[in-house]
Write a protein that binds this ligand. Sequence first.
Ligand code: LFR
Length: 488
Amino acid sequence: MVKALAFDLGASSGRAVVGQFDADKLTIVDTHRFPNEPVHVLQHMHWDILRLLHEIKQGLIQTRLKGHADAQSIGIDTWGVDFGLLNTQGELLGNPYHYRDGHTNGVMEQVFQQVPQAEIFQRTGIQFISFNTIYQLVALQRSASSFLAQADSLLLIPELLRYFLTGKRLSEWTIASTTQLCDPTTQNWDTSLLQKLDIPTRLFQSPVSPGTLAGTLLPAISSEVGLPSLQVVAVAEHDTASAVVAVPAASPDFAYLSSGTWSLLGTEISSPILSAQALQANVTNEGGVNQTIRLLKNVTGLWLLQECRRIWKNEGQQFTFEEEKKLTAGAPPFRSFINPDHPMFMSPAHMPHQIQAYCQQTGQPVPQTEGEIFRCIIESLALRYRYVLEMIENLVQKRFSGLHVVGGGSQNTILCQYTANALGRKVWAGPVEATAIGNLLVQYISLGHLENLQQARSLVRRSFPIQTYEPLEVSQWEEAYVRFCQVI
Ligand code: LFR
């Protein structure tokens, strides 16, 4: 039995997950859970980064107390694009911004005046989203940030947390690729793009491949948490890259949806697609494991539901999942649709009001009840998935027989069923814990217990339940899709 420990930091919480691998099966157990909530201070939204380091240490202690002091290694993953700056002494400068902060508003469009959009895509292969690291850095530089002026290096958040544990500054490829500052063919920073934008090149060092051994726990941390000096692996530190590792596909040609706060829908390819059509579709070519590229598109995902729940909770209304299901099923079908990716849904605002405003502005019936709003969101997500899947298929010139849905959203039975209906194809749902599992699998590959991605995915198939959804009511959904496309 080989044990490893994954720290997976998601949109509202983080956790420590121990993997136990006995050659035939992988089982996982949580040893610690903690909040990962942004902190609003003055005009800005920041990571609570030192608290997270504290929670990671608590996770190490709990892992020992719960009988897993024999874990061999650790890996950390989080979402993309956010970073911390270090001075020459290796101290953190300021508090990292959260990507939903407003400081990048309008910056992307200004950058296009300096470097044309098509050139940025040609160089990086990354989709255009206003919060990418490239625009965060330009925003800092335009505001004459003294932190940027003093900075000696930049580490993306999982790299920063790993640095706090090991004392070593090391950049990792999957998370580096999300910055929109790397060349996907050389898997290195695009220095001429950095220079064109006056972003200091001294901040960056060549990324290592996911699975690289990145040091051991610092002696001070080992003694603080009472564990030996464990190996720290630079796993696929971008959470989506980890999730894609854990897609239980048997064939090399498959489509996936990593379903959480974001819905990341795409496929795995061997070299980036940088065509004008790809630029037009605003897809991304992010770095994957074993020299793969994750060709995918971001769809605003469960965020829409999470934000509605947050608002209703503040207003004194809370529903269990079973209640939500009933409310959704009880609302009339196909009344109004939203484009989940409209910018008005991006920042934390009053989501139910935003959805109502969208429906009103597009001349559709305005959903009133919670059930009507849930239904509008879930139908729109499922229809958007079809739109994006077909877009990806056009780019790779393939047709997939169904869609693998992994992550927390694979538990949402209504969303999975509606997705199968909207696609008119099968949906295979699971594993739920894909991100943590992918994090662990890369550690097992790195330590020599698994050979490659194929073996890792076959282990996932043997170890975790996968639920199949068959498409239903296909002709009604076909009609709905036509209307959805008109609305968006
Ligand atoms: C998902 C994710 C997406 C990325 C977004 C912001 O958690 O990592 O892949 O586009 O968050 O970083």
